[in-house]
Design a protein around this ligand. Structure first.
Ligand code: KMH
Ligand code: ZN
Length: 276
């Protein structure tokens, strides 16, 4: 398939509503964002949710309502974050799967994360991977550093392919503590991905000012795109991002220029082995 999967990550767990007023934090805001981003070419939504005070939460009821709300309003593939915030305990992160999303993220190792530590022990990774297999939830393997691709190879070798049989990874680049958001690092990852099962696909996102270099490098290397206010809150120097739609529109434009136009949700489902 020659098109581009665009994933939107609209909220994240790190940016605050006070600092970034345009951040979607309520279910209404999230649903509206999803509908508009879908119309612009996004086919997957990577979801972190917030509580009534706009603080990150993994509340079970809210997660279920979010999955239901997004499914009713859009055809997008709903991918819940099992990463949460760096302060979330493993038990809460595993319990995200009870909300029965079609996809969930699954990070392949521990990484320094700004001033915090994003802890992902091997046993925890195995637990997430195998529980997703049992529940038919398709993982997106989150890669913050090159060696985490080797961890993924080890995981698949020992515990088998994910639900659906297709492997999809997301390179999260430019996190302070992880790999840099450069074309060279992306190419190193793309070469390591060749050691994963045939047909493995990847998307990439660059945090902050690495957003555009990573987007262009990924398109050039045959990768897909993740964009959104989880990763990017400055559109250009001195210009705050106005909305997630602004970022999706830019990504869709770059994908068109690369002659790899955005894939529809149906096409993305087919590519990633996700049932309709
Ligand atoms: N918020 C980060 C600590 C994921 O969603 O799976 C983890 C993260 C990765 O965003
Ligand atoms: Zn996330």
């Amino acid at each position: 398939m020659t098109g581009t999967v665009i994933t939107v990550a609209p909220t994240g767990a790190e940016n605050t509503k006070d600092d970034v007023p345009a951040l979607p934090v309520t279910l209404d805001e999230l649903v509206r964002t999803a509908k508009e981003c879908e119309a612009l070419g996004a086919s997957i939504i990577h979801v972190h949710i917030r509580d009534a005070d706009a603080k990150p939460t993994l509340d079970q009821g809210r997660l279920r309502d979010t999955v239901t709300g997004l499914r009713e309003a859009t055809d997008m593939i709903v991918q819940l974050s099992s990463g949460g915030a760096v302060t979330d305990p493993e038990s809460d992160r595993l319990a995200v799967l009870y909300a029965a999303p079609e996809m969930a993220s699954c990070t392949m190792g521990t990484v320094n994360f700004g001033d915090g530590v994003f802890l992902n022990r091997w046993e925890f990774i195995v637990d997430l991977h195998t529980r997703m297999q049992d529940r038919g939830i398709v993982p997106e393997y989150e890669i913050f550093d090159l060696g985490q691709l080797t961890t993924l190879q080890r995981l698949l070798g020992r515990y088998g392919l994910p639900a659906g049989g297709h492997v999809h990874v997301d390179l999260v680049m430019g996190v302070p503590g992880g790999m840099p958001g450069t074309a060279a690092a992306l190419v190193a990852c793309e070469q390591a991905i060749r050691d994963l099962p045939a047909g493995t696909t990847f998307s990439a996102t660059g945090i902050g000012r690495s957003t555009i270099p990573v987007m262009l490098a990924s398109l050039s290397a045959g990768g897909h795109l993740r964009v959104g206010m989880e990763d990017t809150v400055t559109y250009a120097k001195g210009q705050p991002v106005e909305s997630n739609m602004q970022l999706v529109a830019r990504a869709a434009g770059f994908a068109q220029l690369a002659q790899r136009p955005p894939l529809t949700t149906a096409e993305t489902r087919e590519l990633l082995g996700i049932p309709t």
